[in-house]
Design a protein around this ligand. Structure first.
Ligand SMILES: *[C@@H]1O[C@H](CO)[C@@H](O)[C@H](O)[C@H]1NC(C)=O
Ligand SMILES: *[C@@H]1O[C@H](CO)[C@@H](O)[C@H](O)[C@H]1NC(C)=O
Length: 260
């Protein structure tokens, strides 16, 4: 039997700072000396970080642990460098976001020379919520047969609910009818008064990225502009480059990480 006060012990804020990071994946069909520029802000970029990302055909390169500021806008700019074969001086992929939250940016299609492009903004370990500012110690939770929910509250392991987490969730229950791929889980709500003895668990929907609402029925407000791709040519007619641009659209191989 779980002793309730234990709950509050590790729901308290630790002294380390909340946060998350940006991860960028790139894949190319050609050797490239790509560069990546990551800034805070859009019109008045600050804290610019530049990375060089040499690419070889069909190998995914990953930049990770790039600090981001949540609740603030930001920009990622990828520059391909030249591809002589196409008369391409350089191609840029620009991705702007107005509000930095936990998110994935992975369009269905991407322009050659790139064959894969994906940005993930993720929470540091033990941090949860859209802004990665809700703390829940996943290891401690596990030792007492609990798990951390998406929003950083404690809940029962998947498929279970109840004060002792020994009752099976029926996913067909009315209060469980999560839409758009949402998943029904239990969550013990936080009570502001630590001497409060009864903590009742409730069933909530954990929504996939891009959906919100009690039943994941709402599409999240478009938090990221679609990416913009621009090509620049040297000694080439604008028309040729436009033709190449029109034919260079390929399936984004990094759209779903599990698929490839
Ligand atoms: C990348 O840069 C290196 C060093 O400047 C150069 O030798 C190489 O040819 C470049 N590769 C491509 C694909 O541009
Ligand atoms: C490229 O595609 C656009 C839109 O489909 C079309 O209007 C344009 O004529 C095409 N350009 C060339 C050079 O093929």
């Amino acid at each position: 039997m779980l002793h309730i006060p234990l709950f509050f012990l590790f729901l308290q804020y630790p002294l380390i700072q909340a946060g998350g990071y940006l991860e960028l994946r790139l894949k190319s069909a050609f050797p490239l000396n790509a560069t990546v520029e990551i800034t805070e802000g859009i019109y008045f970029p600050t804290n610019k970080r530049t990375y060089s990302m040499p690419l070889v055909p069909d190998e995914t390169r990953i930049l990770t642990n790039i600090p981001v500021r949540f609740r603030h806008p930001g920009t990622v700019l990828v520059n391909s460098g030249p591809v002589e074969k196409f008369g391409l001086e350089y191609e840029t992929i620009r991705s702007e976001r107005w509000n930095t939250i936990q998110m994935t940016i992975g369009p269905d299609e991407i322009h050659l020379p790139f064959t894969g492009f994906r940005i993930d903004i993720k929470c540091d370990r033990n941090w949860y919520g859209a802004y990665c500012d809700q703390f829940c110690n996943a290891d401690v939770a596990k030792t007492i047969n609990r798990r951390c929910t998406d929003s950083g509250t404690l809940g029962c392991p998947d498929h279970y609910y109840g004060p002792n987490c020994d009752k099976l969730i029926n996913h067909n229950w009315r209060k469980c009818q999560c839409q758009n791929g949402g998943f029904c889980v239990s969550s013990f709500s936080r009570h502001p008064d630590p001497t409060f003895k009864v903590v009742k668990d409730q069933l909530i929907c954990e929504c996939p990225l891009g959906f919100e609402g009690l039943k994941c029925e709402k599409e999240s407000y478009e938090y990221a502009e679609p990416i913009t791709v621009e090509m620049f040519g040297r000694d080439h007619k604008w028309d040729n480059l436009q033709q190449f641009y029109n034919r260079s659209l390929v399936e984004n191989e990094l759209r779903d990480l599990d698929r490839f």
